[in-house]
Design a protein around this ligand. Structure first.
Ligand code: ZN
Length: 226
């Protein structure tokens, strides 16, 4: 893929941009290890420079000079707007200014869920990742490979894997069902905040409220161990 194409993919990744209105390092030990689905490790480069950029981003946007993700409170579901995982991986891997805001570090997600049901982990759960404006300080990001909410909800292997991954994460970190959200629901999250005015009303179109109602209903049926 050419750099130009990669940039176009980056621009398209995770739904189209919309503006609404006027616009402790280690995670706690898992209480639900048996729920952990098979996870393929496919890390993107996230070395010292990118971590320093993430800490600077966190300071600018959240007033916290750290790249560490601790005690995450939210899981955000996205879709990639790509047909396969590789273009999404190739969008997140290089640490270049993102195509939408021109900020460093580049955008990313903690996980990709492929149509086959394979789950790829791109970024450690102890590191903040730029996937949802206003929530990157406390949210785990999951990118489901595909082009619409409905496509992913209707893909038996993929949605089963997505739900299994999200169930394990929310049971591990005691994340409330209502805090498993779609990117398009980000502005109504009680955890959403950003110090930069231009970012305070910014969200994307992927995984809207109606489709997340379907997702959460299915997730609720899976439950967490007592
Ligand atoms: Zn998104």
């Amino acid at each position: 893929m050419t750099t130009a194409l990669a940039t176009l993919v980056a621009l398209a990744a995770c739904g189209s941009s919309t503006t609404v209105g006027d616009a402790s390092p280690a995670p706690s030990a898992s209480p639900a290890p048996s729920l952990r689905p098979p996870i393929h490790q496919w890390p993107i480069p996230f070395g010292g420079a990118r971590k320093r950029q993430m800490a600077a981003y966190s300071l600018r946007h959240y007033g916290e000079d750290t790249y560490v993700l601790s005690h995450p409170k939210v899981v955000v579901e996205h879709y990639t707007e790509t047909a396969t995982a590789l273009p999404a991986y190739n969008t997140f891997a290089p640490d270049v200014p993102d195509s939408e805001f021109g900020e460093l570090p580049n955008t990313c997600a903690h996980f990709l869920v492929e149509r086959s049901g394979r789950i790829d982990q791109l970024v450690s759960l102890t590191v903040r990742c730029r996937h949802t404006t206003g929530l990157n300080w406390t949210a785990i990001g999951i990118e489901n490979v595909g082009s619409s909410d409905r496509e992913i909800l209707g893909d038996r292997a993929q949605i089963a894997a997505s739900l299994a991954l999200t169930r394990w994460l929310r049971c591990t970190y005691a994340i409330a069902l209502q805090n498993v959200i779609g990117h398009n629901e980000s502005l109504s999250s009680p955890y959403h905040h950003d110090l930069v005015p231009a970012f305070q009303h910014q969200t994307h179109s992927d995984f809207n409220h109606a489709d997340m109602h379907v997702y959460r209903t299915r997730l609720a049926r899976l439950g967490c161990p007592a």
